[in-house]
Design a protein around this ligand. Structure first.
Ligand SMILES: Cc1ncc(COP(=O)(O)O)c(C=O)c1O
Length: 421
């Protein structure tokens, strides 16, 4: 079947035959037909569930429909799909071995590179997923301090294990018994939660900015970040930065380096190997003994291919000045979208860093208008999400951007029609 490449402003006739057939088969053998954050079940019907391939800033679904990708696999793809340098490095390592009796030499090379790249880091440990990394940071904080309580921001996402999953099904109150809660950017609430934890405060986990799914995003107040640092220093607790979603998108280093606040521990995954499965916990010397004392591991955690991909990714991020490229593309996207919204007479909030923006419509708390917008954008070849922040990759070209803006212009028109404009 011929691929459906979107053209400027036109809604390509979108095939859904293969996707529909796969959904039907999946419903019989996969619980819910699909699960987790990539389930298209709750998305508008225009969204495909099953994908076929990606190249640069474009992705194709199993029916051959092409999209400019503004979700980047929900964050892991930062340099664009199948970045040649990253894939060459991965293939060279794969030609030798991936999963062995011990890690490859590349593990040491990658740890050295991360320690040289991320200011607060003196050491690195590796795993597979972001949840592995956030959980490992909690375990290390507890091991180092001998205390139990970790504070997290209300509504923040740190992964999908029982201690942090946003859906309580299958979990017990005991899974969260050692958590305390504060409100992001509200230092007084963090102080109260720390006081309540008292002598048991092991750490405070925080994301670089507030990016809770479905809500307008909120940049961090530097005074709040400094306040958390002081709170942890006074209590002898760990400041843990969850850089899983933002890491290497905002800064080639830790995401709070530009505001001058260094965490003790940080959790990474998503973008560090440009789509290859890898996570990392990084830490400073004060937490090295705790890190060495815990038993954390996994059958696939030491696989060499993702580590080789990570080394190539971090070098390419630096050599290609990728953060600046994402900022440029993200700024053009923001300016284009805000101009279109105004021209259509629509009141929107476009929040977060330009590399990780999120669009909501005034008064649209049920995401109805956001769904109309996203459905029309997807129909016209711009893959955006109605309830999750988007991701701009460094591979976005001017043509990609033109195509996205042609699609979003029509998507705003569809929202206007829904509102009876
Ligand atoms: C901030 C943050 N922390 C942790 C995680 C969990 O990562 P993973 O899904 O790779 O386990 C995510 C995933 O979206 C995330 O955004």
């Amino acid at each position: 079947m011929a691929d459906q490449v979107p053209t400027l402003g036109q809604a390509a006739p979108r095939q859904r035959t293969a996707d529909g057939e796969l959904r039907r088969r999946a419903a019989a053998v996969i619980p819910g037909g699909m699960y987790g954050h990539q389930s298209a079940v709750a998305l508008p019907a225009e969204f495909p569930q099953f994908m076929r391939e990606g190249r640069g800033a474009r992705v194709w679904d199993v029916d051959g429909n092409c999209y400019v990708d503004l979700m980047c696999s929900y964050g892991p793809v930062v340099l664009g799909h199948r970045h040649p340098g990253v894939e060459r490095a991965a293939q060279a390592q794969a030609a030798l071995a991936d999963c062995q009796n011990g890690p490859g030499a590349v593990m040491v090379e990658l740890a050295e590179l991360l320690v040289a790249t991320v200011r607060h880091a003196d050491w690195a440990m590796f795993a597979k997923n972001g949840t592995d990394a956030t959980t490992m940071c909690c375990t290390i904080a507890r091991a180092q301090t001998g205390r139990s309580k970790i504070l997290v921001a209300r509504g923040a996402y740190h992964g999908a294990l029982p201690w942090c999953t946003p859906r309580p099904a299958g979990t017990t109150p005991a899974d969260r018994a050692n958590l305390g809660y504060y409100t992001f950017n509200d230092l007084d609430s963090a102080r109260s939660a720390a006081a309540e934890a008292g002598d048991e405060l092991a750490g405070i986990m925080v994301s670089p900015f507030r990016h809770d799914a479905g809500f307008d995003q909120e940049l961090v107040d530097p005074a709040f970040a400094r306040g958390l640092r002081e709170l942890c220093d006074q209590a002898g607790a760990a400041l843990i930065l969850d850089d899983v979603r933002c890491g290497f998108r905002l800064h080639l280093g830790g995401s709070w380096e530009p505001i001058g606040v260094d965490p003790d521990l940080s959790a990474w995954s998503k973008a560090i190997a440009n789509g290859h499965p890898l996570a990392a916990a990084l830490g400073n010397g004060r937490f090295a003994d705790g890190a060495a004392s815990v038993f954390v591991t996994g059958s696939f955690w030491f696989a060499a291919v993702p580590m080789a991909a990570a080394v190539a990714t971090i070098r390419a991020l630096r050599d290609e000045d990728a953060v600046a490229a994402m900022e440029r593309a993200g700024t053009a996207l923001r300016d284009g979208i805000l101009g279109q919204a105004a021209a259509h007479g629509l009141e929107v909030n476009y929040t977060g860093p330009v590399q990780m923006p999120y669009l909501t419509f005034a008064g649209d708390s049920g995401h109805e208008l956001a769904s109309v917008f996203a459905a029309e954008a997807v129909r016209r070849g711009a893959y955006v999400h109605p309830r999750h922040n988007w991701f701009v990759s460094a591979a976005m070209t001017g043509d990609d951007l033109d195509l996205v803006l042609a699609a979003t212009d029509q998507a705003f028109a569809a929202v206007g029609r829904r509102l009876g404009h």
